[in-house]
Design a binder for this molecule. Structure first.
Ligand code: FAD
Length: 518
């Protein structure tokens, strides 16, 4: 994926059937769906793919055990089917993971055992394994790091896990493979209207400042928590549709909690669930649910959110953690759909909302990563009707995502799927590229080159936050490798030393905000 080439294509022919704004899970999903049906499709992302909420999830492909507790069977069933499809279509970035719910009252064994049996039952032919009630010793076998005071046993169930921003990049590549034009660092700044209907838009290339006018039959607004800003422009009305809710995660070294499965804490002090999940050889702890008034591309974790997770983790873990043990903390904003007077974001529906606004803009908001494909299918079905396009049925139920391999390797490069072989070839041809960028992590210089040449990474942050996940895994280590990453990128992107220095300064400033100050 070469951005300059793609901008040239846009200059040559700035007319599309469908333009999608927002390069997160929702927008990328819509782009893959539209392009694979053969429509002339453009995706515009103002920053990097998955820069927003879509790189900040709990990394679970799940039906949502919590929504089952709330009695939302439809949402759970739909998400479980999508979980199955995603595991089938993108096995290189997604895998099944055992989860154990520790229980401290005998009655809870049956309560959670039944709930999680139902959870598995609802997944039908996409079941990932049998839910099972565990004895105390079996529970400790799965979670040796668990504080066993008053422990009565546990319940084992299975769910899916993935790497969110890597899947986003793979979706962008899939969309390109299906004929879409996909651009990052391109912000939609205004709409072009004719008789009050949107017939095009103005896009600014954020890197050069150049403005482009683009014509289209229909625009899809898939901008997550930023949806209202664009709706203000297209509709000129002030009614807000999104209630942002912040969730944060902490990342620790795995030595703090020995485990052979993930752990689900079924009831936190605010009545939600909390996950302790192994991820890229670390432990991911989260999340929170804090209503926010402001939206930001870099939301800031609150001290009380960090304390909430630390306190709950320490209650369940033999080893008690403190701030200094946290490698990284990151926050994301859920784009929850506003409904009536319900103010507490924890009770707002996680279902998505699909609306056509008077200007003709189609807005798709809410939902989950897990259900991005289904949301896209429904959106494009709707778009085809309102834009009077020739109907072509959805193609994505079995569409293989870029990188698909039937058997994933055990190397850390396994997550690249079929691209792993190409990265290895680069390292064989130039052994200097096989050098690691940090002694404690497996990432190589070849991956930086690959990210720039094949995955449209344009900044140090794009590489260290969303192509490899070092910023999310260990903010200090990410700061340390920034100069070497900047140097490799500068030579590939024909940038000078000033660019390199500015990139390192900007990245280190950002990485500082991923560290918990003691
Ligand atoms: C803490 C947390 C944990 C979660 N955990 C899970 C989980 O484990 N599993 C799961 O399935 N789901 C999970 N979710 C939900 C999931 O992450 C979101 O539903 C999903 O990522 C939303 O994607 P999106 O594309 O709608 O929004 P975003 O990812 O925010 O994408 C919107 C994009 O629009 C771009 N944009 C905005 N304005 C413009 C403009 N003018 N021009 C061009 N581009 C623009 C933004 O830069 C952004 O990249 C979680 C969410 C949170 C917050």
């Amino acid at each position: 994926m070469n951005r300059e080439e793609k901008l040239n294509q846009l200059r040559e022919n700035p007319e599309f059937e469908i333009v999608i704004i927002g390069g997160g899970a929702t927008g990328l999903g819509c782009t893959v769906d539209a392009a694979s049906r053969g429509y002339k499709t453009l995706l515009l992302e103002q920053c990097d793919f998955a820069k927003g909420t879509s790189s900040r999830s709990t990394k679970l492909i799940h039906g949502g055990v919590r929504y089952l507790q709330q009695g939302n069977i439809h949402l759970v069933r739909e998400a479980l089917l999508e979980r199955g499809r995603l595991l089938r279509n993108a096995p290189h970035v997604c895998h099944k993971l055992p989860f154990v719910v520790p229980v401290y009252h005998y009655w809870d064994k049956f309560f959670y055992g039944f709930g999680l049996w139902l959870y598995e039952f609802l997944s039908g032919k996409f079941s990932l394994g049998k839910t099972r009630i565990l004895s105390k010793n079996e529970t400790i076998g799965y979670l040796p790091g668990l504080d066993t005071t008053n422990l009565k046993g546990g319940v084992l169930y299975y769910d899916g896990q993935f790497d969110d921003s890597r899947l986003a990049v793979n979706l962008a590549q899939t969309a390109v493979g299906q004929g879409a034009l996909v651009l990052n660092y391109c912000q939609v700044v205004d709409f072009v209207k004719k008789e009050n209907k949107v017939v095009g838009l103005m896009m600014k290339d954020v890197l050069s400042g150049q403005l482009y006018e683009i014509k289209t039959k229909v625009v899809i607004n898939a901008t997550g928590v930023f949806a209202d800003t664009l709706l203000q422009k297209s509709e000129g009305h002030a009614e807000e549709t999104i209630a942002p809710s912040q969730g944060i995660h902490l990342v620790l070294n795995k030595s703090y909690f020995e485990n052979f499965s993930a752990m689900l804490i079924p009831k936190t002090s605010d009545g939600r669930v909390l996950f302790v999940v192994p991820w890229h050889d670390k432990l991911l702890l989260g999340t929170t649910d804090t209503p926010m008034q402001q939206v930001d591309l870099e939301p800031k974790p609150l001290k009380e959110e960090v304390d909430f997770i630390v306190n709950h983790f320490n209650f369940y873990s033999k080893v008690k953690i403190k701030y200094a043990d946290i490698n990284s903390v990151f926050a994301g904003l859920r784009p929850l759909v506003k409904s009536g007077s319900k103010q507490k974001t924890a009770v707002l529906s996680r279902e998505h909302s699909l609306k056509v606004f008077p200007s003709g803009v189609v807005d798709i908001s809410g939902g989950k990563w897990t259900t991005y494909r289904k949301m896209a299918e429904q959106t494009i079905d709707k778009v085809v009707k309102i834009a009077d396009l020739t109907f072509v049925p959805c193609q994505t139920k079995r569409l293989k995502i870029h990188g698909f391999v039937s058997e994933k390797s055990n190397s850390h490069l396994g997550i690249y799927g079929s691209d792993e072989l190409l990265i290895e070839k680069m390292m064989r041809e130039d052994v200097a590229l096989a050098e690691k960028i940090h002694p404690e992590y497996p990432y190589t210089k070849a991956e930086v080159v690959w990210a720039v040449k094949e995955e449209m990474a344009l900044t140090v942050e794009d590489v260290l936050a969303r192509r490899i996940r070092l910023l999310f895994l260990d903010a200090k280590a990410a700061m340390e490798v920034a100069p070497v990453v900047a140097q490799i990128m500068a030579s590939l992107l024909f940038k000078d030393e000033l660019w390199e220095r500015e990139q390192v300064i900007a990245f280190r400033k950002l990485a500082q905000s991923y560290m918990v100050s003691v």
